[in-house]
Write a protein that binds this ligand. Sequence first.
Ligand SMILES: NC(=O)C1=CN([C@@H]2O[C@H](COP(=O)(O)OP(=O)(O)OC[C@H]3O[C@@H](n4cnc5c(N)ncnc54)[C@H](OP(=O)(O)O)[C@@H]3O)[C@@H](O)[C@H]2O)C=CC1
Ligand SMILES: CC[C@](O)(C(C)=O)C(=O)O
Ligand SMILES: [Mg+2]
Ligand SMILES: [Mg+2]
Length: 337
Amino acid sequence: MSVEVYYDDDADLGLIQAKKVAVIGYGSQGHAHALSLRDSGVDVVIGLPVGSKSRPKAEEQGLRVLTPAEAAAEADVIMILAPDTAQRALYTDAIAPNLAPGKAILFGHGFNIRYDLIKPPADVDVAMVAPKGPGHLVRRQYVDGKGVPCLVAVEQDASGDAFALALSYAKGIGGTRAGAIRTTFKEETETDLFGEQAVLCGGAAALVQTGFEVLTEAGYAPEVAYFECLHELKLIVDLMYEGGIARMRYSVSDTAEYGDLSRGPRVVDSRTKEEMRKILSEIQSGEFAREWIAEDDAGRPNFAKWRAEGAAHPIEETGQKLRSMMSWVDRPITETA
Ligand SMILES: NC(=O)C1=CN([C@@H]2O[C@H](COP(=O)(O)OP(=O)(O)OC[C@H]3O[C@@H](n4cnc5c(N)ncnc54)[C@H](OP(=O)(O)O)[C@@H]3O)[C@@H](O)[C@H]2O)C=CC1
Ligand SMILES: CC[C@](O)(C(C)=O)C(=O)O
Ligand SMILES: [Mg+2]
Ligand SMILES: [Mg+2]
């Protein structure tokens, strides 16, 4: 392999068990990290603003909840798992005043360091433990005795031990059970943003919606279109996940495989690839980050409009009806922590 991969035997859980850890934020990632660290014998405190909706959830789990500033002041290791857009102000107001030499700041995604929105002092460690999966899966895998692979990176090694500490933290959330890959803040941030924009979220959602529109506009039943363009996607992606694209092609019919090989490249063609390259260059140049921060500063007008348009797309109504017939499929959008 071209990357360095670390497993449980390479990580010393004792390093993180010897520290007090503040997990700032208790959402998708925050709840998973905090609960799994606690189950791994780590002293954890949660940092959330007064009035945060997440406070009751953390308290119900028996976790001690302080304000972000109080939690940062108490902790040796501060894991920042608030939304990326909130981290800059959170750092300035609550974390920076409570840093001291020898402390460590950790991130679950490199956005704020990569784009210089947060500039920590030279005498603290700055590292990242970024699970490659949604927080609820991170927690579920940990509870099942497994783990979600994660990326580990060090931006600043003031102590000389930053990587070992990050690896120890990764072990505490189950990451080294599956494998922790060493990377950099730059690589993690740019590839994560590219993946979610071009393929996983943006690309996949646009592909599904467009396929559904083509079928329904041609007069086919929305229910049938939903099955073909959304529901079965999971079954196909599960096959790819288990054994790559080759495994999927082995399982589907020859007719499907011939259609895949001959038509797929017409759907995602050289123009799509060129657009993907443009998206990547906007990420690399910082253009996307500047746009997103400005959008957030302005109160997210486009975000709200596009989110509402997405929610009003006919595929959502059809899906809601069909999923109510499939009790094993229907899950609330927000699982309880
Ligand atoms: N979602 C995921 O699975 C993944 C996320 N990441 C990264 O993890 C980080 C956290 O993302 P995610 O878990 O999705 O976030 P969520 O939106 O799920 O949760 C954010 C949490 O932070 C709290 N919060 C909001 N503002 C502040 C603040 N100013 N100070 C302290 N806490 C605050 C929220 O509280 P409230 O309930 O009050 O809003 C909530 O508990 C991001 O850097 C993200 O890129 C990385 C990998 C995957
Ligand atoms: C794919 C979306 C993600 O990057 C993730 C779950 O890894 C995110 O930022 O939520
Ligand atoms: Mg990601
Ligand atoms: Mg991401």
